[in-house]
Design a protein. Structure first.
Length: 669
């Protein structure tokens, strides 16, 4: 393994990996010529002549990542008779600008998907389409296919339809600000407050989402919350790996996407049309899911059952929300991937496999035609049911497209995984020899893989993997990094593995039994006090009720009897955390509240630079205070802290801002 300190050109590497996996990352001249000849804007008169309804007067809005420019979807809801909510999902009418058989269409079919590598995006369609003419941009009139549904109070969809329309996005909102507002942890998003009636509109949309999600979960839709790591890049360099987590705004968009895709599939059946279905079959490793549940004191049936699995996941989310994503990750790894298939059988009683994870029998992809080719095909099939012309595709064509899309989706995952690995390797190159806590994410004859908890980086266990399986929590040492190949190698101390895993099972069980007692005080004995941490054992509990003192531990000594407060019980990893209140100074609690407020204000500024001063250095952390462009932010210097002294002026990049925990993390440039 090589350990260069200079990061490679990751954008060039991503381009090369695209080529290696059979993609066409560059648009050929004939596509560029087609795009250059397109009109600047849709004509309302031409749209109405083509049968499009003029719905520009409705309060359409979108919710996406702040940096997203390819907006495929807008939403609107209104109350109707009988307590139902009429939900409209407007999907970008890509087919209006990309006719079947055009050079642009052929290029899109060759790739079938946009590829998001973290360091560069390789769009399925040229940017003039995906980020302009077919993007449902704020303040622009755009053509759309509207999927309309009436959502009853129990979440069922009573009626549905699909039609062409002209729409106008009143506000491009983002997941974080809308999610904070919906959780009561933030103000009304500024853009929503600026549009009269939009705040009430979003509340109605939230209610529709609640109804849809409730029904899906009752039917067995898996209540997963996977961790989605993505690199933070500044000036072409990877400075951190961040996790994207769920919130009510993401849940809202997901529930609308699932409902619209289900309604589109049912609409095509109702119209007598074939389709390309998205299916996820039953899990390949159900036995391991049963074993993971047993570790947590739960039982699953011997045969795959999505309702039972979802009920288990729902209980785990409620019991241990902070650590539920790691359990979700293990479940996702054990479920296996989805695929596209041609659905010819139009008799509902005879239709084939559905989507195990979403608990729906009828499912197509329809809501992202800028980014996925199957969605563009579905759009054409919907239009085909409303035109007198012959259907746009033969069964043979659809079958070939379905196979192509599945194969390219697999290839896209390989590209994205390869670039995530290279980005992670670039970040970890200077940390060979460091020890980390990790979760086993894969275990097969081909190898054992782990994801360390912080930063969320995945790598292979090249030594000491015997006896490890998906879901185990272990301590590993980084032994090698190859930035050019994206290899990250860990070693696990194999001696005593069986004993350690058995201890982990006991600690998971202990953590689970303590979950309901967070906040209570316990009598304990200090069993260890080292620079790495201080641990205590509860005196009135059985063996296994041990944990770490995460706050107020600096004056504790081994053998000391203390009274500690339980602050966290993580039954996924088997971690139990305590606070020793006499060791926590009141000013630190006040500082934490200030940092929460500062983190909330900084949430949208990750990647920005600040002038700062080093204010403190301890064995555990280095602290800085920003001087400009604002001078009231304190946080940890988690990258590049070596060699600095208190009082030094440094230039830093904001890596993370977590309002819930009050964490603000910086990296030195």
């Amino acid at each position: 393994m090589t350990h260069p300190t200079t990061q490679p050109d990751l954008v060039a590497a991503a381009h090369e990996v695209m080529l290696q996996n059979g993609f066409q990352p560059d648009f050929p001249p004939e596509v560029e010529r087609e795009i250059a000849a397109l009109p600047a804007d849709p004509s309302p008169e031409a749209a109405r002549a083509a049968g499009a309804r003029d719905l520009r007067g409705l309060l359409w809005s979108s919710i996406d990542n702040p940096e997203s420019r390819d907006l495929d979807q807008v939403e609107y809801a209104e109350a109707v008779a009988g307590g139902a909510i009429r939900l409209m999902v407007g999907v970008a009418d890509v087919d209006a600008f990309v006719p079947k058989g055009s050079a642009t269409d052929e290029h899109a079919l060759a790739n079938t998907t946009s590829v998001y590598t973290g360091v560069a995006v390789f769009p399925m369609l040229p940017e003039r389409l995906s980020t302009d003419l077919t993007s449902l941009n704020e303040g622009e009139d755009r053509l759309a296919i509207v999927i309309e549904m009436d959502v009853l109070e129990d979440g069922t969809v009573e009626r549905f339809g699909a039609y062409r329309a002209l729409v106008h996005n009143r506000a491009k909102l983002d997941y974080e600000s809308v999610g904070d507002w919906m959780e009561g942890d933030g103000p009304t998003p500024a853009k929503a407050a600026a549009v009269p009636g939009l705040e009430a509109q979003l509340r109605l949309q939230h209610e529709a989402s609640r109804r849809l999600r409730g029904l899906r979960q009752r039917r067995g839709a898996l209540n997963l919350d996977t961790l989605e790591p993505r690199p933070v890049v500044a000036d072409g360099k990877v400075i951190d790996i961040q996790l994207v987590t769920r919130n009510p705004a993401r849940d809202l968009i997901e529930s609308y996407m699932v409902a619209a895709n289900n309604a589109a599939a049912r609409y095509l059946v109702e119209q007598g049309s074939v389709s390309i279905r998205r299916v996820v079959r039953t899990p390949r490793r159900w036995d391991r899911l049963v074993a993971l549940a047993a570790d947590l004191g739960e039982s699953l049936p011997a045969e795959p059952d999505s309702v039972a699995l979802n009920a288990f996941l729902a209980r785990r989310r409620q019991a241990d929300p902070a650590h539920f994503p790691d359990l979700s990750l293990a479940v996702v790894k054990l479920l296996g991937p989805g695929e596209y298939v041609l659905e010819r059988r139009l008799d509902a009683a005879r239709r084939g496999d559905g989507h195990f994870g979403l608990a729906v029998a009828d499912y197509v992809h329809s809501t992202a035609p800028n980014r996925r080719y199957p969605d563009l095909v579905t759009q054409r099939l919907i239009k085909g049911t409303q035109d007198p012309a012959p259907p746009p595709y033969t069964d043979r064509e659809l079958d070939e497209i379905a196979r192509r899309c599945t194969e390219r989706e697999d290839a896209a995952r390989k590209v994205e995984r390869a670039m995530r690995k290279r980005a992670a390797a670039a970040l970890m190159a200077g940390r060979v020899g460091d020890e980390f806590v990790a979760v086993v994410t894969g275990a097969s004859p081909k190898g054992t893989y782990v994801r360390i908890i912080s930063p969320p980086v995945e790598g292979r266990v090249v030594g000491g993997s015997r006896g490890l399986d998906v879901g185990d929590t272990v301590r590993v040492t980084l032994v090698g990094v190859d930035q050019d190949k994206g290899f990250i190698d860990f070693a696990h101390e194999e001696e005593g593995t069986e004993r350690k895993l058995e201890r982990q099972h006991r600690k998971r069980a202990a953590a689970e039994r303590l979950r309901s007692r967070v906040g209570e005080l316990f009598d304990a004995e200090v069993t260890g006090a080292t620079p790495r941490g201080t641990w205590v054992r509860l005196l009135d509990q059985p063996a296994g009720y041990e944990g770490k003192v995460v706050r107020g531990a600096h004056d504790l000594e081994k053998g000391q009897r203390v009274r500690v407060r339980l602050v966290d019980a993580d039954s996924v990893h088997g971690f139990i955390d305590f606070e020793y209140e006499p060791g926590v100074e009141p000013r630190k609690r006040e500082r934490t509240e200030r940092k929460r407020n500062a983190a909330r204000a900084l949430r949208g500024r990750v990647g920005q630079r600040f002038e700062a001063e080093v204010t403190g250095i301890t064995a555990k952390a280095t602290w800085v205070r920003t001087l400009s462009p604002r001078s009231d932010v304190e946080g940890r210097l988690v990258r590049g802290a070596r060699g600095v002294s208190k009082g030094d002026r440094v230039r830093v990049v904001l890596l993370a801002a977590d309002p819930k925990r009050g964490y603000i993390d910086f990296a030195r440039e």
